[in-house]
Design a binder for this molecule. Structure first.
Ligand SMILES: [Zn+2]
Length: 189
């Protein structure tokens, strides 16, 4: 596999970018704009995998202000939950979309190998290793259902937002984002 750029090369790219950069309005500048010129605030919170093959902006045809997109391994909600709560306080979301995908490395590799390496690296930290919410999963639809349930079962999430939290699978071969039926009783780990 070809190797990517070094950090130094990325900083050189940034130096090039700066030459044509246009300043971005600060939050106070935005809030001082007249109402008809204010920017729309994103109302949909999207969680997806950080796999570079999975780009929600492309997949869903998102425009700049349409959504807040957070990405992490497998698109698991556990690692984004505090972001959801914090940003919902600021932005008052209407919807949450949780999108996992076919051929995800978190399904292929699972958590056991990671736990084993961590346990060998830090033999005295077994409690920390056990408490980690690692993203690996065995069943694709079930992982989506668990993550939806995580939101819906939390007393910390606004009821309206919990009700409009939905799970999806993105198929890498067809490009389709398909809804995953909600499980009536999923055991959330
Ligand atoms: Zn993935």
């Amino acid at each position: 596999m070809a190797s990517g750029p070094s950090v130094e090369e990325l900083l050189q790219r940034n130096a090039e970018r700066v030459k044509t950069f246009q300043p971005i309005p600060s939050l106070s500048e935005i809030s001082n704009l007249p109402p008809n010129q204010r920017l729309p605030m994103p109302k949909i919170f999207i969680v997806s995998c950080c796999d570079n093959r999975v780009d929600p902006w492309d997949i869903l045809g998102l425009e700049k202000w349409d959504a807040v997109v957070t990405r992490g391994a497998a698109g698991r909600m556990a690692s984004q939950f505090s972001n959801l709560l914090f940003l919902d306080h600021v932005l008052n979301f209407t919807d949450v979309m949780i999108i996992h995908h076919t051929d995800c490395s978190a399904q292929l590799f699972g958590n056991d190998g990671v736990c084993q390496v961590l346990a060998e690296r830090a033999p005295d930290a077994s409690r920390e290793v056990e408490s980690l919410k690692l993203p690996g999963f065995e069943d694709l639809e079930r992982s989506v259902q668990e993550d939806v349930q995580l939101v819906k079962s939390s007393p910390l999430v606004r009821k309206e937002l919990a009700a409009r939290t939905k799970g999806f699978v993105y198929d890498l071969k067809t490009g389709e984002v398909k809804p995953v039926p909600e499980a009536s009783s999923v055991l959330v780990k």
